[in-house]
Write a protein that binds this ligand. Sequence first.
Ligand code: XMP
Length: 257
Amino acid sequence: MNFKEKIAKTAKERDSRIILALDLPPEKPYKAVLSKALHILDETQEYICAVKINRQLILPLGLFEEAQKIIFTAKNYGLPLIMDCKINDVGHTNQIIAKYYFEAGFDAVTANPFVGWEEGLKSVFEIAHKNGKGVILLVYMSHKGASEGYGQITKNSKTGDLISQYQIFARKAVEWNADGAVVGATYPDRIAEVKQIVKGKVPIYSPGVGPQGGKIEDAVKAGSDYLIVGRSITLAKKPAEAAREIRDTARLTGICK
Ligand code: XMP
């Protein structure tokens, strides 16, 4: 089973399209975030379909050290794990970065299409797909500054046609056989446009609901397949209730129906 199939299966079994972004504020001693992260994961696991971790946890915990406890716990619950590392370097380095994350137990990595294919992301897709792992591409990020890069208008040097950078990246997501395209929940119009381009071949992952200003209903109606949710759950007084409510709202709005 490839990553796309694996997360779709888990989502169906759990009737949830919510990916928990397990982000926690820094603590001293650094490893103190571990018990909080494990607690939130235990409380919320029945309401989510995957776990996403970024360097906010890997830096204080260590990839092959304490972070293994989170990876092990998520796997025990049958939840796929995404490493949001936004791979963004030259090919040989990218490949080694991806290899470490896959060896550590992650099922997918995020990557930045700005570095291109040849000597860029080709090596990441190769090592991922050879091992049943996934690559999720950033197509339009959720923050305000996304317009400066992903939103810039580019000119095709051969035809003179004008096209937005994110439209090019959405096409590349299909061409490269990406396992997901990240489009911020803060930009429902962009989600709808990308949906038209990928035509169901590449699922849309949307972070940005809650503190970043995105609305669950708008993102789902525009076509998001998965919602990535961090602080609305991790900083909630009752993370389990928050996760359940978010799952239910997405469900009621008709996510993937
Ligand atoms: P919050 O707390 O805002 O966290 O719910 C969102 C999570 O998603 C990540 N994030 C992104 N990841 N492309 C990504 O690949 C994006 O545009 C993007 N915006 C937010 C962020 O790291 C956090 O874990």
